[in-house]
Design a protein around this ligand. Structure first.
Ligand SMILES: C[S@@+](CC[C@H](N)C(=O)[O-])C[C@H]1O[C@@H](n2cnc3c(N)ncnc32)[C@H](O)[C@@H]1O
Length: 238
């Protein structure tokens, strides 16, 4: 990790102050980033390297990650959305005192396109799914400048879960379907030690990190990230 001791302490302080409201439905018991503080540290690392103009979460559900982002990044505009009006209402009420947070009820690619047009680069935590329509591909197509952190991504490690819709894994094969992406993505190395322990003993989700229209150098320099090429996946599909 390249983040300072102060920022690590700040992540720790914010992370465990968030109630796990999502436990009502989420198989991981809820909490910010599926209660995986390593993902919070990774996002902090990316934010300290790229200084994004805005942070976006797609699929807020009951607002656990939104609440964390609001607390950890009080000086950044935070945007989130959900297609479910009840979830959106709940999250908007939960975040009602946070003036830098916008909670919208909409289809996530619409929010991504809107923020992408106004804030460059953006940090996008892509976590909208569950419905019949899986918006991830459209979300990625809507980003022209930013860092996408894709949740529930197949990192090829048995401890980490991932999603699959319509026979397509949330992983390299999905990224390969998005024409404007470079051939490059990154995954965290689960074997490398982190400054804080992960207390999620249940389901952990993999994440994929995709640079879109930004310099990937800080990702190459990050000792917690491993780079991968999409070339072989694309060749295999054609
Ligand atoms: C796994 S939950 C998100 C959890 C949340 N990010 C958190 O950390 O607590 C997925 C959410 O995505 C929402 N969703 C599904 N399709 C969507 C779409 N097209 N646009 C916006 N939200 C969507 C669902 O209603 C659900 O609340």
């Amino acid at each position: 990790m390249t983040i300072t001791h102060e920022r690590t302490s700040e992540v720790l302080a914010c992370f465990y102050r968030v109630e796990r409201a999502g436990a009502a439905r989420l198989s991981d018991g809820g909490g910010p980033f599926g209660f995986d503080i390593h993902t919070a540290l990774l996002v902090e690392d990316l934010i300290s390297s790229y200084h994004p103009a805005a942070v976006v979460e797609t699929g807020c559900h009951l607002g656990d990650t939104t609440k964390y982002l609001a607390m950890a990044y009080p000086d950044l505009p935070v945007f989130t959305c959900d297609i479910d009006p009840d979830a959106t209402r709940f999250t908007a009420h939960r975040l009602r005192n946070e003036r830098h947070v916008t909670v919208a009820c909409c289809n996530s690619p619409d929010l991504v396109a809107e923020v992408d047009a106004r804030h460059s680069p953006g940090l996008y935590f892509l976590d909208a799914h569950w419905g019949e329509h899986w918006p991830l591909r459209q979300e990625l197509e809507s980003i022209t400048s930013g860092i996408a952190v894709v949740h529930d991504f197949d990192i090829g490690h048995p401890r980490f879960s991932f999603d699959e819709y319509g026979g397509v894994r949330c992983g390299p094969e999905l990224l390969a379907q998005v024409p404007h992406l470079a051939d490059l993505f990154f995954t965290p190395d689960p074997e490398i030690s982190y400054p804080l322990p992960c207390l999620q003993v249940g389901r952990r989700a993999g994440v994929g990190v995709v640079p879109i229209g930004v310099d990937p150098s800080p990702m190459y320099e990050n000792p917690h990230l491993t780079s991968h090429s999409l070339q072989t996946v694309r060749k295999g599909a054609s």
